[in-house]
Design a protein. Structure first.
Length: 455
């Protein structure tokens, strides 16, 4: 004998209402989950390994500091915020725009109306412009992002800076934030985007292992956009065995990536007049020192280079980009630490950048500086001249005419060794020894996806 039963008709409604009320109660405590097993997983979590860019930080890059060996005694800075390039460059006074300035006192000062400071602007008539144009033109050609000034049409793109409804022009940016920041920096430096007049022949995309991107391109009309590129296209082989240029068709390689990797491949660097001069060990040490100083202030640093071949590259300079932590990240990290959950940072950036951001996020307890100190350090650094004001122009351009710089603990290779490990150091640790070897380490830098999987 079989008995057939039917559930009450009101049961689904009761269950739905009960679950909805439960979700409302959880929402009041800012805890909503889609699947219940996720709560169990979260409750049993003891360690969180977080990426830096886009997770702990806002992933909205802004180029802030520039350095080139053509003028080794000074550093350059960029003003302005956001991706709006409709009011930047020479002769503009738009509040949210920006421009390039330098720290040496060689020309008259102009007022920056955005904050009332007096800074030394770099214009197209400045003697630094040839070297700066080579740097930013290289960064623009070796780039896949795009920035367009469009009339406001309620576009919801996340990089659209339109904030008015009266038909004014706005900027729509598409691509990786790092590459967008380089294009915006080029516009602020009054260097036009050279890509429309170049034909791309080859691209080797960026990879986490190589940490660099290469593009080979030649000008469509045969004429390069700046003097540095024209001289590089006519460069003869270093051996002197041939009277023909290395690049017969005028094409050049444009490279950007990790400074250590780029500097290791360069033989020359850009001079003040756009020519290429030999890159000495002093020059490499100087560029690496500036790289570490930018990174120690929390800036993400990229180097750019160009040349007729990958074996004959010319170092153009380095660019430091700011990517501040997300709002509420330090508080969230503090709550997790209070709950007994360890937070680790895993990033592909340099040690100095990773350590600086980790301190600002609260992952590392700051013993050297605080969050506000870090922001002030790089602002002061970019305006500080490395030569006395009464130095001659020859000393101003001479790479060897430097006064000793006070030792910075952040420049020390061993700084932070007890709580930071690199990807290469992880490779040297056996899989069976890995758990014991990373005890106490909170920052992993210059890592590849395989390292994240191993952790």
């Amino acid at each position: 004998m079989y008995t057939k039963s039917q559930p009450p008709a009101g049961l689904p409604i009761c269950v739905t209402v009960t679950l909805a009320l439960g979700v409302l109660r959880m929402a009041r405590h800012q805890a909503i989950v889609k699947k219940l097993p996720a709560v169990e997983t979260l409750g049993s979590t003891t360690v969180i390994c977080s990426d830096k860019t886009g997770t702990l930080t806002q992933n909205e890059m802004t180029a802030r500091s520039v350095y080139t060996l053509a003028f080794p005694s000074i550093s350059f800075g960029l003003t302005g915020v956001g991706y709006d390039v409709s009011g930047v460059g020479v002769g503009t006074r738009k509040k949210n725009g920006g421009f390039l300035f330098r720290s040496a006192s060689t020309e008259r000062l102009e007022d920056d109306e955005s904050d009332g400071r007096r800074v030394q602007r770099v214009t197209e008539s400045s003697m630094e412009f040839k070297a700066i144009s080579a740097l930013f033109a290289t960064a623009s050609i070796c780039n896949n992002a795009s920035i367009n000034n469009n009339h406001n049409n309620n576009n919801n793109n996340k990089h659209n800076n339109a904030n008015n409804d009266n038909g004014e022009k706005s900027t729509m940016a598409m691509g990786q934030p790092t590459e967008i920041a380089l294009l915006v920096g080029s516009a602020k430096a009054s260097v036009p985007d050279p890509r429309p007049i170049y034909h791309r022949l080859q691209e080797i995309p960026f990879s986490s292992d190589r940490k660099r991107m290469e593009v080979r391109a030649r000008p469509v009309g045969g004429a390069h956009t700046c003097a540095a590129f024209a001289l590089a296209a006519r460069r003869l082989p270093p051996s002197g065995d041939s009277n023909y240029p290395i690049s017969p068709d005028g094409s050049l390689y444009f490279v950007k990536g990790m400074p250590e990797s780029i500097l290791g491949e360069c033989r020359t660097h850009t001079a003040a007049d756009g020519s290429a001069v030999p890159l000495t060990e002093v020059g490499k040490a100087r560029a690496l020192s500036q790289t570490r100083r930018m990174a120690a202030c929390g800036l993400r640093v990229l180097a750019v280079a160009y040349g007729p071949s990958l074996e004959c590259l010319t170092f153009a300079g380095i660019v430091g980009m700011e990517d501040p932590p997300r709002e509420g990240v330090p508080e969230s990290v503090a709550q997790l630490e209070k709950s007994g959950v360890k937070v680790l940072m895993v990033t592909g950036d340099s040690k100095e950048t990773a350590v600086a951001i980790a301190r600002r996020c609260g992952i590392l307890e700051g013993s050297h500086s605080t969050s506000s100190d870090q922001e002030g350090d790089w602002t002061t650094f970019r305006r500080t001249s490395l030569l006395p004001e009464d130095s001659s122009e020859e000393e101003y351009l001479d790479l060897n005419s430097f006064h000793p710089i006070p030792h910075n603990p952040l420049d020390d290779v061993e700084y932070g060794a007890e709580f930071a490990l690199s990807g290469s150091q992880l490779d040297a640790i056996g899989a069976h020894n890995l758990p014991d070897s990373i005890v106490g380490v909170k920052v992993f830098y210059r890592v590849a996806p395989r390292h994240k999987l191993a952790l």
